[in-house]
Write a protein that binds this ligand. Sequence first.
Ligand code: ASP
Length: 331
Amino acid sequence: MKLKLQFKTLLTASLSVFVAGLAAPASAQAPFPDHPISMIVPFAAGGPTDAVARMISIPMGKALGQTVLVENVVGAGGTIGATKAARAAPNGYTIFLHHMGMSTAPALYKKLAFDPLKDFEYIAQVVDVPMTLLARKDFPANNLTELQAYLKTNKDKVSLANAGLGAVSHLCGLMFMSQIGVELTTVPYKGTGPAMNDLLGGQVDLLCDQTTQTVPMIKEGRVKVFGATTLKRLSSLPNVPTLDEQGLKGFEVKVWHGMYAPKGTPKPILDKITAALQTAMQDPMVKQRLADLSSEVVPMDKMNGPSLKTHLEAEIAKWGPVIKKAGVYAD
Ligand code: ASP
């Protein structure tokens, strides 16, 4: 969407800046933050990344003394939101919450409009969230063995939802298909919030998604679950076996999440935001809610910008060759 500025509006805006400049000495800048902050989330509202953002935006806002508004900028597996965040004014009023898709995008997209290692400042790593493999409630198979048997003869009838190339649901789906040696029709959404709606409605069959969305669905019996993507069973779902223990050896996906700001955001502002994030992540309600969803808050001594940057570099180096070898990419 292009912003159209009328000449008159522009003139009025320039005049008010001029008048404000006359009234206040150049050094008297308003303390940060003096108006609401936008937290860009690159997936649809109602999904698991959005859930984390909304959970922490309120205590972060309290710590900063300003509202933190979640803004869903969706599409292309998270890369549209990342591009918008990279291009936003570096003044602290735009921050960006993304998951490990930040590290897979450079290998998945031949043309990427942002560089995860050059276009951002690093606020902190936030939380690690496992995934679960699900099916619609009335899917014919009841466990992983039955699912594998069913897919052998019915794969053309089965669809696997994801949140686009670069989404962790996509990555998890690819790992699943490659481990069982079956290729399914995939259906991309703008987030796994809408994908989950279609799974509940029976329009798609399978979905691999973070526990920040799936634990309540599983507990309420609204979906079928085949396994968790961890090597140990999830504390919140002790009766759900891991995919690994059922024979998909080494099937492990823990979705790490990081918070960023556009490159050039001043250090004192970044420090304030980092401190607010740390306060939010120690909020007993946030901690309890995340623990109930089998998610692990990053230890406080690692919840900082330099640790996030080191982690991102290592993850880019890890995923690049894997993705190249798999030959999956967008032109
Ligand atoms: N779970 C999604 C993914 O697959 C994103 C989301 O909607 O939060 O990356």
